[in-house]
Design a protein around this ligand. Structure first.
Ligand SMILES: O=C([O-])CC(=O)C(=O)O
Ligand SMILES: [Mg+2]
Length: 642
């Protein structure tokens, strides 16, 4: 332990300062620069506004709302957020230092470590001699070795843990692995395996990832954000863990989801890893198993609701804006319905927010539907839709379909919504249930007699498209699929719930029960299926196709708000990427192997829409947005250190 500016630090907290050369006089060096996150521990951040804010809120009683003070200090400016310039002598600041990492600490810094790929020259100039065995290998060989190692693990969760270890050890190796082997590794770092990882997060927990903001941090969220070692954040994925995939309330252990989503932001959408910040808001959990689990990592209390929740969230949202400015994208992920819609509505006018489960899923499904029309014919408005599940995903998709139909035909939204039917746990959503319906379900109540069972709704409504978004597995039974197949030559079936255990039916069931006629896509991946001597490959209707490119489009245009027309633009861009060859295989999504190109195209269309709507701030608009998007994308290639 030693003391700096009156605060105590362990050696580790200054990530190798003892071996680092102070950088202030050597700007422009292309060596491994490290920002040493030496955060003062006296609880007084240096920023003048923040100090005022925190002191004000401390003066008030702990329960008093801090919203007023927080809002009043937000200027949208990010110039001097750490307060180094504006602090007076009596205000303490965070002593950040820029330094060059070398030697042992360089090998332990995941941003800059290259392992055995350090060149002879780098080994000399960065004090690495003797710390590495003599061999020098290239990036490709490292990837080959890691893939060999990963394939030795038969249990997917072991592969997940191994991937997390690689991410902690050598970030560029992690992203190159993921990008070069996207179809093989996506099911590991993402659905379905990430679901199991969240369920067991407490047990497999090694090193913390992302930021945990719990009720204990109320009144101090500004300081917590300052503890994060990166300053230039472009995308935050935040969850409160209440509805993790279709697995329900996993509390603080939901952190696996923001971490996984942001890995995809980098690998699939080209956002720099250092610009990505995963956050879990911990307000407790109502999951009894977790509350009784000795390895649980979160607050051991039931969920805070109402004002307590709203105040913590408000403090968080304004602290984010204060620290990272107007253009940081905040992606809401896996909130329960009752919060998801309200948070999106509440912050949609003041922040750049995007709800992946409502908007991202909607955009990916609309893209799949646009592509399906090439196989089944007709226009969107000529189809009839039935949803099982009227939550975030279901109503979000329904609204985007209705909007697109309305744009295509000129028919008012209220009318196009009538082509879309929904069934929730209480049966078909019909007018006679109106009084008891949650507000987000009401637009979908149409005139019809009550129907309880899905199979009877299918027989009565005769949908051409059946979409499962309830989070409950195995609900598209043989009877349901067979009924659908009696009046559709090519029934379109989306089994969207994640992970695989929650899928409404399997690919094999969809093809065999429809005698090979279904056009099928699912939220979690299924291997190709053989039926009657023919191989059927199904698509993955997962928002992973959309959010990385969508976010990139917002960032490259400097967008300040999300607009529904941007979602439609993203759907069109994705649907356009389905090739004739894909269609011939019955696919309605392009393969993930092309995802970087797909993301660049989505980004370009989203950015173009932002410029058109006057929501872009990065001017002038680049002439070729696809080329510009591609040029902005992160590459995991190693850099040379002088
Ligand atoms: O994470 C995924 O695979 C898709 C998604 O957003 C969800 O199921 O909540
Ligand atoms: Mg989600």
């Amino acid at each position: 332990m030693f003391s700096l500016n009156g605060s105590s630090f362990t050696n580790n907290s200054l990530s190798g300062v003892s071996r680092c050369l102070t950088q202030s006089s050597r700007r422009g060096v292309s060596g491994p620069m490290v920002v040493a996150a030496a955060v003062n521990s006296n609880g007084k951040p240096g920023d003048r506004n923040v100090s005022v804010l925190v002191e004000n809120s401390m003066k008030e009683s702990a329960a008093a709302p801090v919203e007023k003070e927080i809002k009043s200090t937000v200027t949208g400016g990010v110039g001097d957020v750490y307060g180094e310039d504006s602090a007076t002598e009596d205000q303490s600041i965070t002593p950040w230092t820029l330094s060059v990492a070398s030697g042992y600490s360089l090998l332990r810094n995941p941003h800059y470590n290259k392992g055995l790929a350090f060149s002879e020259k780098e080994r000399d100039s960065h004090y690495l001699r003797g710390l590495l065995p003599p061999v020098v290998v290239n990036h490709d060989l490292q990837v080959k070795k890691m893939m060999n190692n990963l394939r030795q693990y038969e249990v997917p969760l072991q592969r997940y843990i191994a991937m997390m270890d690689i991410q902690e050890m050598n970030e560029r190796l992690y992203y190159k692995l993921l990008m070069d082997n996207v179809e093989e590794l996506l099911p590991i770092v993402y659905t379905p395996t990430v679901g199991e990882a969240c369920q067991k997060y407490g047990s497999i927990f090694r090193r913390p990832q992302g930021l945990f903001i719990s009720l204990k941090e109320k009144g101090k969220i500004n300081e917590v954000l300052k503890n994060w070692p990166e300053r230039k954040i472009q995308v935050i994925v935040v969850t409160d863990g209440e509805r993790i995939l279709g697995l329900g309330d996993l509390g603080c252990q939901g952190m696996g989801i923001p971490v996984g989503k942001l890995s995809l932001y980098t690998a699939l959408g080209g956002i720099r890893p250092s610009a990505c910040l995963p956050i879990t808001i911990d307000v407790g959990t109502n999951n009894e198993d977790l509350l009784n689990d000795e390895f649980y990592i979160g607050l051991r209390q039931r969920r805070a609701r109402g004002q307590e929740y709203a105040e913590l969230f408000d403090e968080f949202m304004y602290a984010v804006k204060q620290n990272y400015g107007e253009k940081v994208l905040i992606q809401f992920e896996d909130f329960a319905n009752h919060n998801a819609f309200d948070l999106l509505a509440k912050y949609g006018t003041s922040h750049l927010v995007f709800n992946d489960d409502i908007q991202g899923t909607a955009s990916v499904v609309l893209a799949g539907l646009m592509a399906s029309l090439q196989l089944v014919g007709g226009t969107l408005a000529e189809h009839t839709f039935l949803f099982l599940g009227a939550g975030e995903a279901g109503t979000g998709i329904a609204e985007l379909i209705a909007l697109e139909m309305s744009k295509q035909t000129g028919i008012p939204l209220e009318e196009t919504r009538k082509k879309i039917w929904m069934l929730d746990s209480k049966g078909l959503i019909v007018n006679s249930r109106m009084e008891s319906l949650q507000h987000f379900k009401r637009p979908w109540a149409h005139e019809h007699e009550p129907v309880k069972e899905l199979v009877n709704a299918v027989k009565s409504i005769k949908p051409t498209v059946l979409i499962g978004s309830s989070g409950a597995g195995r609900t598209f039974t043989k009877e349901v699929v067979q009924a659908l197949a009696t009046f559709n030559e090519k029934p379109i079936i989306f089994a969207l719930s994640n992970p695989t255990s929650q899928s409404e039916c399997t690919a094999e069931e969809a093809y065999s029960w429809s005698e090979g006629r279904a056009i099928f896509a699912s939220g979690s991946p299924f291997a190709p299926v053989e039926y009657n001597g023919k191989v059927y490959a199904s698509g993955q209707a997962n928002n992973a196709y959309i959010f990385p490119g969508f976010g990139l489009g917002l960032i490259i245009s400097g967008a300040i708000r999300v607009h529904d027309d941007m979602l439609l633009a993203a759907s069109e861009a994705l649907a356009e990427q389905v090739s004739q060859e894909n269609f011939e295989k019955g696919l309605i999504y392009p393969p993930f192997t092309n995802i970087r190109k797909i993301s660049a195209n989505i980004a370009a269309k989203v950015a173009a829409k932002a410029y058109e709507l006057g929501l872009a701030t990065r001017l002038p608009e680049p002439a070729n947005l696809v080329a510009y998007a591609e040029s902005c994308m992160y590459s995991p290639a190693y850099r040379s250190y002088r």
